[in-house]
Write a protein that binds this ligand. Structure first.
Ligand SMILES: [Zn+2]
Length: 503
């Protein structure tokens, strides 16, 4: 096989892999949105067959030969082709490094662990889950060492979710959060508490659905290629750049919940919709990493969506849709309400200021367990201690403590930091955008599409062509610097403390 033939073979097989993935994703999306509740069996059978087909395509002799040939003759490829083959290989080499029987055993462990966690969480039964969690952490450590025998296993795990991220960098990042956010939160707590009870008045779901359409419109999501559905947990999925789906969940007595889900998922959708045409149906299409993806959702959710200018922009629409519910308040009150910060136990319900502290707890605990300095059996005590220290609250049980997230039961060790990094990337990207655009003026004038055009040029159109650190540096003109994030939070919450008459 010569290089040209190898590339053609690789492309032909990859398009079949893509078709399997498209169908699998579509089945999943249908299952959580429109499909009737009792229909899982048929989808399960089809999914099993498609997954098997996908696996056979990845591991076929033709594919292996083509990839080996292309890796060897990289200098005969264009930049795009070279990146494509490296990306493809990188995504598969981790699993390929694990002995097959161990991987099968691991999949069974995860299946069992997820079921055990599902029962243990509501029952506050950490003891039932702990032996499984211990095995999961041990497997994560072992697999990291199979993949990169000479590296620190937690560095390898971090790198799998946010390429290039190391503990040394994460320590600096979380260290600066600890130093600046923990005291800032104490000052917020010491200032007068804002009464946001008006946000929990009953708002009909039909009006909330109209609000979702309006919000996606304000941030420039092209609805020709992006639809919205309702699920228990909001998410975004993409089949290709002309078919992106976002979901939300409506609560009659909390319209802000869905409002910010929609803006958050809208940010993810914009990233996918803006991916370059030349990458379509290749493994370079769409977002490069968890962290960069989360930077886009949080830039729209928090930095635009919770800005005073944005609330002023959308307030007339809110008043139109919820005339009685918002009769006695104005944009200032809504702005203060959506930025209210109070420590809480549950990560997914945390506000913008306390959210990174929840992540910091998980990061520090994961790191200690993988390093062998903390036993899984001592997790609940260590968890409670860190919540007391960083958030100033007592953890009453494991249901609202160490058992709250599904990630560890699914084997996702090293994933959490990318959530907090996303917010930090977003602050730095926003600062770079402010140097070139009148961001406040554009939001106030409802011209957010001009910001989307800037983001498309700097980030979206590049798909997976560049590693996260390279992309961020080319966008911002300097390497990652977490000070932008802590500065942003300090400036924002100082303004709020002053508005509330605190100090
Ligand atoms: Zn997200």
């Amino acid at each position: 096989m010569n290089t040209k033939e190898a590339y053609e073979t690789f492309r032909a097989i990859y398009e079949k892999i893509y078709a399997c993935q498209h169908a699998l994703e579509l089945l999943y999306t249908d299952g959580v949105t429109a499909a009737p509740a009792g229909s899982a069996d048929g989808r399960g059978k089809t999914s099993g067959i498609l997954s098997q087909l996908e696996y056979e395509l990845h591991t076929s002799a033709d594919m292996k030969e083509a990839v080996a040939c292309l890796i060897q003759n990289q200098d005969e490829l264009t930049d795009l082709q070279r990146r494509e083959i490296i990306e493809y290989n990188r995504r598969n080499e981790f699993i390929a490094s694990i002995p097959a029987d161990e991987y099968v055993e691991y999949r069974m462990l995860i299946n069992k662990a997820e079921a055990v966690w599902r029962r243990a969480k509501p029952a506050d039964d950490f003891a039932a889950f702990a032996p499984y969690l211990e095995k999961i952490f041990a497997a994560a450590r072992r697999f990291a060492l199979y993949y990169r025998p000479n590296d620190d296993p937690y560095d390898t795990l971090l790198d799998m979710y946010e390429r290039g991220l190391t503990q040394a960098q994460a320590d600096v990042f979380f260290g600066s959060l600890r130093e600046k956010i923990v005291p800032l939160l104490r000052r917020v707590m010491a200032s007068p508490e804002f009464d946001d009870s008006f946000m929990y008045r009953n708002c009909p779901i039909e009006a909330q659905r109209r609000l979702s359409d309006y919000l996606l419109d304000t941030i420039g999501v092209d609805r020709e290629y992006c639809s919205i559905a309702e699920t228990e947990h909001p998410f975004t999925t993409r089949f290709n750049k002309r078919d992106v789906r976002v979901t939300t969940h409506y609560y009659e007595n909390n319209f802000a919940s869905s409002m910010y889900s929609v803006i958050h998922e809208g940010g993810h959708a914009l990233y996918e919709l803006g991916s370059g045409d030349e990458y379509e149906y290749t493994c370079l299409a769409g977002g490069i990493s968890m962290g960069i993806h989360e930077s886009q959702s949080r830039l729209f959710e928090n930095m635009i969506g919770r800005s005073r200018e944005y609330i002023e922009l959308i307030f007339p629409k809110l008043r139109e849709l919820f005339p009685e519910q918002l009769a006695d308040v104005g944009p200032r009150e809504v702005w203060l309400a959506v930025n209210k910060s109070r420590p809480s136990l549950i990560r997914t319900e945390a506000d913008e200021l306390t959210y990174p502290l929840h992540i910091m707890v998980r990061y520090e605990l994961e790191r200690e367990i993988i390093a062998g300095r903390l036993s899984v059996y001592d997790l609940p005590a260590a968890w409670a201690e860190k919540y007391r220290e960083y958030l100033g609250i007592d953890v009453p049980d494991n249901t609202r403590g160490v058992l709250q997230d599904s990630h560890w039961s699914g084997g996702m060790i090293g994933y959490f930091p990318s959530y907090a990094l996303g917010s930090a990337y977003a602050a730095q990207i926003m600062a770079a955008m402010r140097r070139e655009l009148d961001v406040s003026g554009l939001i106030r004038a409802g011209r957010i599409k001009e910001m989307v055009a800037w983001l498309t040029r700097k980030i979206y159109r590049h798909g997976c062509m560049y590693d996260p650190a390279v992309l961020l540096e080319s966008c911002c003109g300097e390497p990652f610097n977490p000070d932008y994030y802590t500065d942003y939070l300090e400036e924002k919450y100082n303004l709020i403390i002053a508005e509330l008459g605190g100090r």
